[in-house]
Design a protein around this ligand. Structure first.
Ligand code: AMP
Ligand code: MG
Length: 413
């Protein structure tokens, strides 16, 4: 009897991902960009701090700076000057003296502690009385406490976030060396496809894959070259693939990778490169093509909108991240209780769509978005996570524990 779980003829998802990643070469060329244009770019060098951040000891409060030892003799000190942010006190604060100081202002020489103004009383002759005992170093931010001079701030391969751009600015670094952007060409195949705004004739549908894929790829900070809908004509398909291969690092097409498809995609691809047509043990997204054209790598996504997005997200995106030289972070996975029964047959790894919420008692739980058909794109837009069910898993009953993978910012907001 055939083993129900070995899924004969299907390639396990992990094997497909690994074998694809092995064949991805990262871009080598770099360029210098201004830091305000560096969001989402990938650092090409290690970035070490040229200075201490903050550069000097400074006050964390508006108040008074002094040497703590001065308070051993008297809790009243004479005011000897002031230190403002950008306008430090120039002299030395002697024993028995204190200095008016504002948040961020440089600690005057001779001072080691700050008291906030709310805990002080000043009299008419300018003496300051300290109402509460203080600890040495209170309210002082040390030079280099955020970043010390020479520290590695970012390794090469860091995809810069909004906060990272701020960190670079705090180092006084105006530009940063990053890898060049990856360019991805998008092709949609299918004679039934019409653009939004056009009129549908019998048997037509609106083309959605290239719109969703373009939006997704923009989040990944790649250049997108949209070649549109290519009619089911061998010459037209060949021309589109030749242009895509010439102008892009990666070519992503959707549609025409399933067996028995009426179009010429496979024929043309076999002519132009070395493409493997896989049957991956994943659902959605069994048919998937990957390989090399003359100058680029090729990802052939299934046409069904959910399958196209899930295979793009789970397979093409990690490959593009590697091409960008970015270090991919493992997706966030949790084990939670399912509120709904989950239909599943053993054989393929499922990426079902779910909504993760917190129950009234404060526990995380997941609810299926309902019908899991690979054409039901709304099931993906409603979801905030995948319910990842391993290939050998059968149906799941409400109340059982399942693994969910939170949507990242590439597929979600
Ligand atoms: P295929 O993989 O070409 O056999 O297509 C599978 C299903 O996906 C068919 O119902 C197609 O009409 C649909 N489809 C293919 N390409 C697209 C697209 N770009 N946008 C929306 N649906 C598509
Ligand atoms: Mg088709």
């Amino acid at each position: 009897m055939a083993d129900c779980c070995s899924a004969p003829g299907l390639m396990p998802f992990e094997q497909a991902l690994e074998s694809m990643l092995r064949n991805i070469t990262s871009v080598k060329e770099t360029e210098k960009v201004l830091i305000h244009e560096a969001l989402g770019r990938v650092t090409a060098t290690v970035i070490q701090s040229p200075l201490n951040v903050p550069p000097h000891h400074n006050s964390a409060m508006d108040g008074y700076a002094f040497a703590l030892s001065s308070l051993e003799k008297s809790n009243t000190l004479s005011l000897a000057g002031r230190s403002m942010a950008g306008e430090p006190f120039q002299g030395k604060c002697e024993a028995g003296q204190c200095i008016r100081i504002m948040t961020g202002a440089k600690m005057p020489e001779g001072c080691d502690t700050v008291e906030m103004q709310e805990n002080c009383k000043s009299d008419d002759s300018g003496n300051i009385t300290f109402l509460e005992p203080k600890k040495l170093g209170a309210n002082v931010r040390s030079a280099g406490e955020d970043i010390a001079q020479g520290d590695t701030v970012f390794d090469a391969g860091r995809k810069l976030s909004a906060v990272d751009v701020g960190v670079l600015a705090s180092l006084g670094v105006p530009t940063v060396e990053v890898y060049r952007k990856v360019t991805v060409a998008l092709i949609s195949t299918g004679d039934e496809l019409k653009l939004p705004g056009e009129t549908l004739t019998e048997g037509d549908i609106y083309e959605s894959n290239s719109f969703a894929l373009e939006a997704m790829l923009k989040k990944l900070d790649v250049n997108v070259l949209k070649l549109g809908i290519i009619e089911d004509d061998k010459e037209a398909i060949r021309d589109a693939f030749i242009q895509a291969d010439r102008d892009a690092d990666a070519v992503i097409s959707s549609g025409g990778v399933s067996v028995g498809d009426a179009d010429y995609t496979k024929e043309v691809l076999d002519e132009l490169g070395e493409i493997d047509f896989w049957k991956i043990a994943m659902k959605p997204g069994k048919p998937f093509a990957f390989g090399k054209l003359a100058n680029s790598v090729f990802f052939g996504l299934p046409g069904n909108p959910v399958s196209a997005m899930v295979t793009a997200h789970m397979l093409a995106v990690p490959a593009l991240i590697k091409m960008q030289n970015s270090k991919n972070t493992a997706p966030m996975r949790l084990t939670v209780k399912t509120v709904t029964d989950l239909r599943k047959a053993p054989g393929r790894m499922d990426f079902q769509r779910g909504v993760l919420t917190t129950s009234a008692s404060g526990e995380m739980e997941v609810t299926s978005t309902g019908s899991q058909g690979s054409g039901i794109l709304t099931s993906l837009s409603m979801a905030n996570c995948y319910i990842v069910l391993p290939a050998e898993q059968g149906r799941v009953s409400a109340g059982e524990m399942v693994t969910v993978q939170l949507f990242d910012s590439i597929i979600s907001h």
